[in-house]
Design a protein around this ligand. Structure first.
Ligand SMILES: Cc1ncc(COP(=O)(O)O)c(C=O)c1O
Length: 398
């Protein structure tokens, strides 16, 4: 009853059909199996299932059919062998890092990380004897210099949140391979459509599925993807026994989200590109950073590893915090919030929200000033977004 995913399907087809498991009823839309566990026809069958001699589900913390459909669809999109769905993006990142590390190990991470990720590597990991060196990840020599005999994991996001810096994933992977370390990439800002970290040599990819994958503001979710060997050796037991599993209901919302991901991301990217160009022409804007523009400081790396711009734009207003607040408050279509990748356009002031816990010095290092604003493009009509920015910019003094 189920369609077998075909390796030659293009992403838009895979995202509608990949991984579907139909029950005996032949339902059109994927079923939600909201069950904590599963039953067995006999004691012998239960024993065989627990021994791994018989295929089947055991307990929803380990895996369940709706989650399985989401994981398989993600694997088909990402080119991964295995995936594990988690209750949030942070659960995915924490599990992906900690499952493969022990006291005495060392992480090299890019300093431009989402705030909670920085807390995990800078504050949490050292409590368990795992040390971390943060580097300016734009330059490969910094990764190389930070390597120690006990370095086990390299961790990065690219493009970064919120200033859209880009890291050469293939370059970092080559360094990691020289010392037998693994590269974990948080691929949220690129989306699985525009960047394939596993093809670039990374070992593990993580997403906050809260962002583009759901993309409709309904779910908090995450996913970890890698090869079978890594999942079996490192993640499987950690995932089963520490319990970051996703609710099957959430998995269903994500299955539905994946079906429309390419159309949403296409429109969001077009909208982001048009807003970036518009802002670049404004005399109230000091700087625009957008991976789809030729003037991005790392356009050469973007050309090498990304197949699309981004759904996000970072820009700096000449008038600092006052101008940023006035702009945000004046927006009529665009909403002030801290999520991204949503169908609704969102505007964020990182210095006072998502990145407020960093020191002034750390923010300055990342290029986050009082005038920095992050824009996440939704799927609205671009003309309405352009008009909204024009009227809001007119309300601030240069
Ligand atoms: C780059 C990045 N990674 C990870 C996360 C964490 O995801 P979640 O909020 O789903 O736990 C976020 C959330 O904003 C993010 O922007």
């Amino acid at each position: 009853m189920s369609k077998t995913p075909n390796k030659n399907w293009r992403p838009a087809t895979t995202l509608v059909h990949g991984g579907t498991l139909r029950s005996q009823y032949g339902e059109m839309s994927e079923a939600i199996y909201l069950t904590q566990g599963f039953t067995y026809d006999s004691s012998e069958a239960a024993e065989a299932r627990f021994k791994g001699e018989e295929e089947g589900y055991i307990y929803a913390r380990y895996g369940s059919p709706t989650n399985d459909m989401f994981e398989k669809r993600m694997c088909a999109l990402e080119g991964a062998e295995e995936a594990r769905a988690t209750a949030s993006g942070m659960a995915a990142i924490t599990a992906a890092l900690l499952c493969q590390l022990k006291a005495g190990d060392h992480i090299v991470a890019a300093r431009a990380l989402f705030g909670s990720c920085r807390w995990v590597v800078e504050t949490l990991a050292p409590r368990y004897g795992i040390e971390c060196t943060l580097v300016d990840g734009r330059y490969l020599e910094n990764w190389e210099k930070a390597i120690q005999p006990n370095t086990k994991v390299f961790f990065l996001e690219s493009p970064t949140n919120p200033t859209l810096e880009v890291i050469d994933i293939a370059g970092v992977a080559a360094l990691a391979n020289q010392v037998g370390a693994r590269v974990v990439v948080d691929n949220v800002f690129a989306t699985p459509l525009f960047q394939k970290p596993l093809e670039l040599g990374a070992h593990v990819v993580v997403y906050s599925a809260t962002k583009h994958i759901d993309g409709q503001g309904r779910s908090l979710a995450g996913v970890i993807l890698s090869d079978k060997e890594w999942v079996t050796e490192h993640l499987q037991d950690y995932y089963r026994h520490t319990g970051p599993a996703m609710s099957p209901f959430t998995a269903w919302t994500l299955i539905k989200g994946l079906e429309t991901l390419p159309i949403r991301v296409k429109q969001q990217t077009e909208n982001a590109g048009r807003i970036a160009d518009f802002l670049a022409d404004s005399d109230k804007v000091a700087k625009v950073i957008y991976p789809g523009r030729k003037d991005h400081p790392q356009a050469d790396i973007i050309a090498k590893q990304m197949t699309g711009g981004s759904t996000l734009v970072a820009f700096e207003l000449k008038g600092g915090k006052e101008a940023a607040f006035k702009l945000q408050n004046a927006m009529e279509v665009v909403t002030i919030s801290n999520n991204l990748g949503d169908t609704r356009s969102i505007i964020t002031h990182p210095a006072t929200t998502t990145h407020k816990n960093l020191t002034d010095e750390a923010r300055a290092e990342l290029g986050i000033s009082a005038g920095t604003v992050r824009f996440s493009a939704g799927i609205e009509d671009p003309e309405d977004l352009l008009e909204d920015f024009a009227q809001a910019l007119a309300k601030i003094s240069a």
